[in-house]
Design a protein around this ligand. Structure first.
Ligand SMILES: NC(=O)c1ccc[n+]([C@@H]2O[C@H](COP(=O)([O-])OP(=O)(O)OC[C@H]3O[C@@H](n4cnc5c(N)ncnc54)[C@H](O)[C@@H]3O)[C@@H](O)[C@H]2O)c1
Length: 285
């Protein structure tokens, strides 16, 4: 069978893990069986690509630092992976879909922040018969939410806990007059709809977006942000209630070594999605 040809946009923390997984077809000694081929790499910072290429067994044919000649490059692949930024979703995902290519989107927050983008992507993919893959990212429980949503979900609440100094520099926290250095026991910094939460806590945007899309939308999904001195890392808790019953999931994330703002699980979820694309048996909803 012909290998699936993949192009990756954004060679940072997540993109690099994805590229290495495709190149070696294993992660930490665990075989993947993807049988995919890296065809192009794109990053607006060429040094990111250079650094990554040093750790690849086989350098891709096409290396680019901007979108010139994009239509031609897209011809060389079957799947385009966006692991760059919200702006890159419009810049690369839309043309890729228009060229009839399947895509994977990591900067899922773009679908919540740019009005009409989700609908546009949905409409082009229907028209072109393409798939859009959105990995679970830094959270778990998306499978249960999707299943529960079939019969109706009453509520979804995301609680994100971080050590107080993890909020240092956040404008909303500063304006609220909260002194992060004096927090000794857990303190709620924000409670409100996902749509509003992402304006004040943009670092939460991807998790809020995937949950909103899988469940009941960004106005009904509730987000609680907590500064918790007992939290060693980013902790996400999801509680959902519906006709199916009640779901509670807690993920204690290990940060990526390349980008401490990104959870390692986000990169692994993208690789797991590649595995579900390439394997004949797909477990989980
Ligand atoms: N789905 C999730 O749960 C989840 C979790 C973490 C991060 N993310 C998102 O995934 C994306 C990648 O995260 P990361 O930690 O790898 O980031 P990163 O900063 O480590 O890497 C991003 C790379 O993309 C490049 N880039 C950015 N915009 C570009 C553009 N328009 N064209 C070409 N290259 C561009 C940058 O130069 C950088 O090398 C971010 O948007 C991040 O918010 C999603």
């Amino acid at each position: 069978m012909a290998k699936m040809r993949v192009g990756v946009i954004g060679c940072g923390a997540i993109g690099s893990e994805i590229c290495k997984a495709i190149d070696r077809d294993e992660v930490n000694g665990c075989e993947l069986g993807l049988g995919m081929e890296l065809k192009f790499l794109m990053d607006k910072h060429p040094e990111k690509i250079e650094g990554l290429c040093k750790s690849l067994k086989q350098e891709p044919d096409i290396i680019k630092s901007d979108s010139t000649g994009l239509a031609e490059i897209l011809e060389a692949v079957d799947l385009v992976i966006e692991s760059a930024s919200q702006a890159a979703v419009r810049e690369f995902v839309i043309p890729a879909l228009k060229s009839g290519k399947d895509v994977m989107i990591l900067s899922v927050g773009a679908l919540l922040c740019e009005g009409g983008l989700f609908e546009e992507i949905e409409s082009i993919s229907r028209e072109k018969g393409c798939k859009v893959y959105i990995p679970s990212g830094a959270v778990a429980g998306i499978d249960g939410l999707k299943s529960g949503a079939i019969a109706g979900i009453r509520s979804v609440e995301l609680t994100t806990r971080k050590p107080p100094l993890g909020f240092e520099g956040n404008e909303y926290v500063k304006e609220s007059g909260i002194d992060l250095f004096s927090i000794e026991k857990e303190e709620t910094l924000f409670v409100g709809p996902a749509k509003e939460a992402v304006e004040h806590f943009p670092e939460n945007v991807n998790v809020a977006a995937s949950l909103s899309i899988a469940g009941i939308g960004s106005e009904a999904t509730k987000v609680k942000i907590v500064a918790d001195p007992s939290a060693a890392e980013n902790v996400h808790e999801i509680e959902a209630k519906g006709k199916f019953g009640k779901l509670f999931v807690r993920v204690e994330n290990v940060p990526s070594t390349a980008n401490p703002k990104t959870s390692y699980l986000a990169a692994l979820s993208a690789i797991a999605t590649l595995k579900s694309i390439s394997h004949p048996i797909r477990v989980g909803t």
